[in-house]
Design a binder for this molecule. Sequence first.
Ligand code: SF4
Length: 452
Amino acid sequence: MPGGINEEIIAALTKTSTNLNSDPIDMALHCLRLGIITGIYGLELTCIMQDILLGTPKIAETYANFGVIDRDYINLATIGGHQQVVSNRIMELAGSKEWIMKAQEAGAKGFKIYGVTCVGQDYEMRCACDKNSAFGGYVGNNFTSEYVLGTGAIDLVFSEFNCTLPGIEPICQEYLVKQICLDDAGKKVGADLYQFKPEKADEYASIVLEEAIKSYKNRREKVKIDIPAEKTPALTGFCEDSIKAALGGSWRPLIDLIVKGDIKGVAGVVGCSNMAAKGHGVYGVELTKELIKRDILVLGCGCVGGDLENVGLYGLESIELAGPMLKEVCRKLNIPPVLNVGPCLSIGRIHIIAEEIAEELNVDIPKIPIVASAPQWLEEQALADGTFGVVLGLDLLLGTPPFVTGSKLIAELLTAKLKDMTGARFMIEADPILGADAMENTIMERRKVLGI
Ligand code: SF4
């Protein structure tokens, strides 16, 4: 087991110095420790703490995609973020009578805040059920950021601690979009910085909304607005608590469906999107369609989840794409075969679900028919998240290889020998259909071990 976060990270970086560690196995094992601290502190505990502070997600109907943007409002887009105490306050104030009146005095109907990348998915999970919220909807993942700003309808963009696509700066300049960063970890050129301090949430939220009003007044006459009309229906708010509650308070009904074979197994399709694995969202979407066709229930989250959402896989219409058994289950429960678990932070929720199901079955995680894929990983963070999954015992499919497969020793360790240590391994497959084969094989092997 690893030590504290800072100690492990500093030790790992020190080992990579020119004259220090030369043992690839030792360094690979250290990466597993980094995966564990990422998973426990960065994912699971962060989800739990934010649920305590901001509320547990609730299952709700919503719309996503560019068509949710409404030009009649003062529009804010939030790009990137996982520490939402401050950004949540912005959302609360934006929906308050006092601030709606200020927006109306400026000539708008009120404020709308649109989600791009992860904080938007977290907002969606918690705000879609509140029809009075200032949340305008989730528009898309990190790769849609530039296009969202390019609609001309966004007056201010704010971001905090996570992926904020490099390259949005000149677009903000071109479209006169005010930029505000709420953490220097993602500081952008040209953005005002208000360094994250939870105790300053009220003050920062007021500044952000004041700046949005100023920007609205300054730019609306000068910028052409062109918003694509597409609006995609979706369900949101699926987390460990809301799914369990919908199942009647226990995982038993889901386990029974798996035992009966109505659901062959569960697959997490998680993490980033990238341009390398067949193009933006292509691998993740094709893989997911293939999995549900094979009666495998998918839990989606992260930027790849944005792709799944924008093509309609989080909506009830996707039931028609599922295999015959899963289709029947989804029709009965009125849920899509791809459940929207939210941002990449929610990978921690999928881990919690796997842990709780294993506990209910009284077996170890490597034995349960749950498998994962970070099909279009991009960020370093995604590899750390995925590593935690493998440490827990979930086989993890990658659509593109990590940058270590030049070493035969490491490639063999990650794709085969790791199984002896954690019960799971990395699987690398450039073709999504073959990727689905690999994930299904894992599920079928595990079903066999369980005798179901
Ligand atoms: S899924 Fe990947 S790219 Fe998207 S916010 Fe998370 S780490 Fe960043």
